[in-house]
Design a protein around this ligand. Structure first.
Ligand SMILES: [Zn+2]
Ligand SMILES: [Zn+2]
Length: 344
């Protein structure tokens, strides 16, 4: 098969690679669309240490079942599918409790930290265990379905806190995940959604997708402006969708006393933290990671147009052009692009 192989840091080659063979309980999936994730870019250049070469990356994908391993029931060749990027074990305490994203034995598709190597979907074929597969609704395209993984991250994040319709909720960062969080908050019934970003074009998209107020944090004091919008009280909840010290501090400082922050972004491994503000204002902090069973809901929300994925798709290109796209996305102006989807 053809695959986009990471040979060395920042070195991708479109090359021949042995087609994998499904083991018992696995299927072979012919990949039709696979999105480039920000974590792939940060792994590609070696900076995170989670994409150790040689590796086929790619974990946001969709395709059709091409072959069945032994003991596979309930699936047929030709079924259109997507998959959870987390290969959970299904047997540990976390898995039994439904928290498959916290599985202690988990592997992530298209990821290779020092402990394991799991080839991903920047290839014509990938093998996957059936327990992570989801059938696509007939009207969903492969490209739309390749967006379900980032959508699931937003839906899971919004589920981490109890939100009331009258709550004021701030979203710090209006990149792709932030824009999905905004749509998820709107779906959850939140009436006041305050989007904060440094880019005017992203704030315009945030308004189009459900933000009721937007704050350009480059030209406005976002904490003061949030206070003004909330009668001097502060936001009830904040979603931090960047993951650096400055935005973490902003998300915590714009909360009301007793407010809740959901931490989605994690660009920086460590960040300066306003300890006294969190303690004395009794703030609640919630980490959120991947998703835990939200895929069917997300596929339904995309199919019904409640979560719109098209505005986030910057380009759809052949897999053979993948190396060039990684160069483009990692360049200085790469942040002008949201999602690029490769078709093997
Ligand atoms: Zn991803
Ligand atoms: Zn498990």
């Amino acid at each position: 098969m053809k695959a986009l192989l990471l040979n060395a840091p920042s070195c991708l080659e479109y090359t021949d690679f042995p087609t994998p063979v499904p083991a018992s309980g696995e299927v072979l999936v012919r990949i039709r669309a696979c999105g480039i994730c920000g974590s792939d870019i940060h792994g590609w250049d070696g900076s995170t240490g989670r994409r150790l070469p040689p590796l086929i990356m790619g974990h946001e994908a969709s395709g059709e079942i091409a072959a069945l391993g032994e003991d596979v029931t309930g699936w047929n060749v030709g079924d259109r599918v997507t998959f959870d990027s987390t290969i959970f074990c299904g047997e540990c305490d976390s898995c039994r409790a439904g928290q498959v994203n916290l599985c202690g034995n988990r592997r992530v598709v298209g990821v290779a930290p020092p402990e394991y190597r799991q080839h991903g979907a920047f290839a014509e074929y990938v093998v996957l265990p059936t327990r992570i597969l989801y059938a696509l609704p007939p009207s969903l395209s492969f490209v739309q379905a390749a967006m379900v993984e980032p959508v699931s991250i937003a839906i899971h994040a919004v589920g981490r806190v109890k939100l009331g319709a009258d709550d004021s909720v701030a979203v710090v960062g209006s990149g792709m995940i932030g824009l999905f969080v905004i749509q998820a908050l709107k779906w959850a019934g939140v009436k006041r959604i305050i989007a904060i970003d440094l880019a005017e074009n992203r704030l315009a998209l945030a308004r189009e997708l459900g933000a009721t107020d937007t704050i350009h944090s480059g030209s406005t004091d976002a904490v003061q402006e949030t206070l003004r919008l909330t009668n001097g009280i502060g936001a009830d909840a904040a979603f931090e969708v960047v993951g650096i010290g400055a935005t973490l501090n902003l998300a915590l400082n714009l909360l009301r006393r007793g407010g809740s922050a959901v931490l989605v972004g994690n660009l920086a491994p460590k960040a300066d933290f306003p300890l006294q503000a969190v303690v004395t204002r009794e703030l609640n902090l919630h980490g959120t990671c991947a998703s835990a069973g939200e895929y069917p809901l997300c596929l339904d929300l995309i199919e019904r147009g409640i979560i719109r994925v098209e505005p986030m798709i910057s380009a759809v290109a052949p897999l053979s052009e993948g190396a060039q796209w990684f160069e483009t996305l990692s360049a200085k102006d790469g942040s002008n692009f949201m999602k690029v989807i490769l078709e093997p």
